[in-house]
Write a protein of this length. Sequence first.
Length: 118
Amino acid sequence: VQLVESGGGLVQPGGSLRLSCAASGFIFSSYAMSWYRQVPGKERELVATIPSVGGIPYYPGSVKGRFTISRDNAKNTVYLQMNSLKPEDTALYYCNTKLHRGVWTDYWGQGTQVTVSS
């Protein structure tokens, strides 16, 4: 299983970024995908989840209305569109999936840094 994030960078408050996560090593279309973020000294925080097929994506209140998760099963890629970015969105953003191979196991990418600053 490999998850490779890209698209992070430095953006001014109010700006936008789109993160991408290219997945391989499993049947991408069969599994939900998520984005998490983490700042030093704090726990990793879920920011968006998209089901495998159909269903409604989930967002916590901190990002709802500003972030949009989507997936392209033909490209084995999940995206996170982030609009109206705030300094408190600054974090290392991780792609995640949970696969059942005997037991449920979390898989993570290496992360991509998002910095919101003027």
